[in-house]
Design a protein around this ligand. Structure first.
Ligand code: HEC
Length: 187
C-alpha cells in the first residue's frame, strides 16, 4: 500500500517524465520542478481569465474587472490575482517564490530587480517560444531561476496595456512577449 504522500510523489515524478524532464526516484531536477509549477500557475491564470473574467465581464456583462476592484466593486485583474497568490505563497514558504515581471511594467513593483531577472526577460523577449533557465547568487545563497514568456494572446492584453496611464510602452501587439513569470528555488 502506498501512503498518500508516496502516491503524490509518484504522480509528480510521473508528470515530470511525461513532460520530458529527467526524473528519478531520488527526485526531480530543478527545471522539471519549475516547469510543473509554471504549468499550474499558467493554467490557473487561464481558467480565471476565461471562466471568471471573460465569461462574467465580457460575455454576460454582469460585473466588470477593474484594477481598482475595491472602489469599483469589481473582479480583480488576472495579473493582480496572480500577484496576490504569489504574495500569499511568500508568507508561507521560502522553498520557492514566483512573480510576473516585465521590462515594461505598468506596476513598478513588477520590474526586474536582479541582473538574472533582467537577463531572463531580455532572453525570452529576443527568443520567442523559449524559456530561460539560470543560476544566480543572492545574499550568499545560490538559486535556480527560470523565466517563462507571458504572451499577448488576446486584444484585451495589448489594448489595456498600451492605453494604461502608467505603461512605459504603448506599441504591444498580437504575439508579443509582454513579460515573464519568474520562478526561483534555493539550491
Ligand atoms: C484591463 C486591463 C488589463 C488587461 C486586459 C491585461 N492586463 Fe496585464 N496588467 C494590467 C495591470 C493594471 C497590471 C499591474 C497589476 C499589478 O498591480 O501587479 C498588469 C500586469 C501585467 C504584467 C506584469 C508587468 C506589469 O505590467 O506590471 C504582465 C506581464 C501582464 N500584465 C501581461 C498581460 C497579458 C499577457 C494580458 C492578456 C492575457 C494582460 N496583461 C491583460 C492590466 C491589464
Amino acid at each position: 500500500m502506498m501512503t498518500p504522500m508516496a502516491k503524490v510523489k509518484a504522480l509528480i515524478v510521473g508528470a515530470g517524465v511525461a513532460l520530458g524532464g529527467s526524473a528519478s526516484a531520488d527526485g526531480m531536477d530543478y527545471e522539471t520542478v519549475t516547469d510543473l509549477l509554471h504549468l499550474v500557475m499558467s493554467s490557473d491564470r487561464t481558467v480565471y481569465t476565461r471562466m471568471i473574467v471573460n465569461r462574467l465581464a465580457v460575455e454576460e456583462g454582469v460585473i466588470k474587472a477593474s484594477e481598482h476592484f475595491e472602489d469599483d466593486k469589481a473582479l480583480v485583474l488576472p495579473a493582480q490575482m496572480f500577484r496576490f497568490g504569489s504574495e500569499m505563497v511568500a508568507e508561507e514558504t521560502d522553498e520557492f517564490s514566483y512573480s510576473l515581471l516585465s521590462l515594461w511594467p505598468i506596476n513598478k513593483q513588477n520590474a526586474p530587480t536582479t541582473p538574472m531577472e533582467k537577463e531572463g526577460l531580455e532572453y525570452i523577449a529576443a527568443n520567442p517560444g523559449e524559456n530561460f533557465y539560470g543560476e544566480e547568487e543572492l545574499g550568499g545563497e545560490t538559486y535556480f531561476t527560470a523565466v517563462y514568456p507571458d504572451i499577448a494572446v488576446a486584444e484585451a492584453c495589448w489594448a489595456c496595456h498600451n492605453d494604461h496611464k502608467d505603461t512605459p510602452r504603448t506599441d504591444f501587439k498580437a504575439g508579443d512577449v509582454m513579460g515573464g513569470v519568474v520562478i526561483r528555488i534555493p539550491m
